[in-house]
Design a protein around this ligand. Structure first.
Ligand code: EPU
Length: 435
């Protein structure tokens, strides 16, 4: 039996929504808490599928986790009781490779099945593995399972071939308890990564950050427990923002922070979206017709890849031809085929329709799109392929005429907290049923 969402549109969204803590922070913070035997406390924890999956992975390795208050998790891993991440859990998200850090630092061995997560590209873990190998770990792979062993890891200079978010976070965890200094060059500096560094510092780590995107980590002997508030989810913030504007509504997003959305806000203004920044959030609305634009995704501080799929729905409502060039995940545009079923006029291309440096310029992956608008979308039966595509369809359904049925809702629930209730409160006609 699976949940489905039934949505009738079109309806403008009005009112207020509350941003939960960031999915892509809590999962890493939980992992880092296992670097110490002391207790850590997290507040503003999002109640989403990914938090549950990560808690299950941590528990399977020895963590004791309690919900001390609503939205707070208390975690203590007195000892590592198991050095193998269970395959059934590893398949559910991308976190298992991060477990190399607590397992190797505290037990000297780790058995990690290949990761699951969104199917938006090949998503290899070669940067992670090569970092650990350079730091002294011996890693072999057999039938999709990584077997790693290490005495104490030792610091090295590591140049990331691309500023990967989780590889940066993973190697930060490798470095904090390693012998001597670790340099991570060409590191990712997404807000979630910088916040992760703050948590590690609270635990006792010494991490410097240089202007050329290099982290310098001075290894310490032990880490202590710490308390940390999860930052608001800037990816969900952008989803709500485009939902307000694409539906012709007006939404106040509590907890949205200007600094985290800087590039997004510029892009929104170019399209014709409007926003008022207040101390406790941002109000999103529109007053004019929307204009077509060209946008290109790239690592922070550029336009985030996760902002792009819902933004594409907004662009179906803009006058003229818009261009999207996705340079982070080669298969992120798979959501387009279902949007076309709803009447969107979108063509995808394997050429680079942008000027930025793109690793997919010679690949045959469809990573560019031309979107013609405005069009009136219509309801359809839709299957969710990945998390951000899930919200994209939800938004398309809200602005479409007629009824849309969305299946594969568990993908959406992995990263959006009580999304149907939030949107229903804002006026969407959306119902969850069991099929
Ligand atoms: N890459 C490699 N080798 C590696 C690691 C990455 O080639 O060892 C490549 C990837 O294939 C991709 C690029 O580097 O082409 C960037 O990937 P990155 O590692 O930065 O992505 P990630 O850490 O797997 C996180 C978020 C994603 C978000 C990206 C980019 C988490 C759990 N996931 O993924 O979030 O899109 O950074 O900002 O933090 C989502 O929330 O829906 C989501 C997919």
């Amino acid at each position: 039996m699976m949940d489905i969402l039934r949505i009738s549109g079109p309806t403008p969204l009005h009112g207020e929504v509350q941003l939960p803590g960031a999915k892509n922070s809590i999962s890493k913070l939980l992992t880092a808490s296992m670097l110490t035997s002391a207790r850590c406390l997290f507040t503003n924890v999002p109640s989403i599928g990914d938090t549950q999956i990560t808690c299950e992975i941590c528990r399977s390795l020895g963590a004791s986790i309690q919900e001390s208050h609503p939205r707070s998790l208390s975690v203590q891993t007195t000892e590592i009781s198991n050095t193998k991440v269970p395959t059934v859990l590893a398949e559910k998200n991308r976190l298992s490779v991060m477990m190399l850090a607590p397992l190797l630092h505290r037990s000297g061995r780790a058995v990690i099945p290949a990761a699951g997560g969104d199917r938006i590209g090949v998503r290899p873990v070669d940067f992670h593995l090569s970092g650990y190998e350079q730091m002294g770990a011996k890693i072999t792979v057999k039938e999709g399972v990584y077997y790693a062993e290490a005495d104490r890891l030792r610091g090295v200079e590591f140049l990331l071939p691309y500023p990967s978010v989780t590889a940066t976070e993973n190697l930060l965890m490798a470095g904090v308890l390693a012998k001597e200094r670790t340099y991570i060059r060409n590191a990712a500096i997404e807000p979630e990564v910088l916040d992760f560094v703050l948590f590690l510092q609270k635990m006792g780590a010494i991490i410097d950050y240089q202007v050329d995107r290099t982290f310098v980590i001075e290894g310490v002997e032990t880490l202590t427990g710490a308390t940390h508030e999860v930052i608001p989810d800037r990816l969900v913030a952008a989803s709500f923002a485009v939902a307000a504007i694409a539906s012709g509504g007006d939404l106040f997003v509590h907890g949205a922070r200007q600094a985290d959305l800087f590039t997004f806000l510029n892009t929104l203004r170019r399209v014709g979206g409007r926003f008022d920044i207040e101390t406790d959030g941002i109000r999103f609305y529109r007053s004019n017709d929307l204009k077509s634009i060209a946008l290109e995704t790239i690592v922070h501080p550029g336009f985030v890849t996760d902002w792009h799929p819902p933004f594409a729905v907004l662009l179906t409502q803009a006058q003229g031809i818009s261009v999207i060039h996705e340079t982070v995940f080669e298969d992120r545009l798979t959501y387009v085929s279902e949007l076309k079923k709803m009447g969107a006029d979108i063509e995808v291309y394997d050429q680079c329709l942008g000027t930025g440096n793109c690793r997919f310029s010679t690949s045959d992956s469809h990573h560019s799109a031309l979107i013609k608008g405005p069009v009136q979308l219509h309801g359809a039966d839709i299957m969710v392929p990945d998390l951000r595509a899930g919200f994209t369809y939800l938004l398309a359904a809200i602005i479409a005429s007629g009824e849309t049925v969305i299946r594969g809702v568990e993908e959406l629930d992995r990263g959006y907290e009580a999304i149907d209730a939030s949107l229903r409160n804002a006026g969407a006609q959306i119902h969850r049923e069991i099929e």
